[in-house]
Design a binder for this molecule. Sequence first.
Ligand SMILES: [Zn+2]
Length: 161
Amino acid sequence: MFVFIIYAMTSWYFAARHRRTWRGAVSVVLSLLGLMLIAWLHIKLNHWTRGVVSLPLMQMLLYPYALMVVAVAAFLVTLPRRTFVPGRCVMCAYDLQGLEALPGQLWLRCPECGEDHCPRSLRRASDVEHERELSLARSATRRQRPVPAPAAPPSIPTAAH
Ligand SMILES: [Zn+2]
């Protein structure tokens, strides 16, 4: 019984993990093939033992189980992969540009779904690149600035008289 739960969980994990890729499709096909193998073994066991080992209940349970495992895996494998779009909520893709974190709060809360975001991570890649160029330009001008001449040494009081 426990084996069936692990089998289903493993199938669904690989289907979800590799969704929308050929690996995900292969994992669904493999889980179907594995279940077909078990069903075939059930029938063959009956034949090989001349009816001594007959598992009609197991066979009756296996078909709906197989259908459920493969159907859920097939559903999981078709789910879209989440892609990060700068400036948008990672959960619901709501456009968060121009929104500011509330005073005293480090996180920006999505008004649509309530997901918290780090405001820095929301900036568009072009903005980050622009800021980097600006800081590079600033440090370059700082380096080019003439070094101030060292202060004149303190004048040595001349011993008069
Ligand atoms: Zn959201």
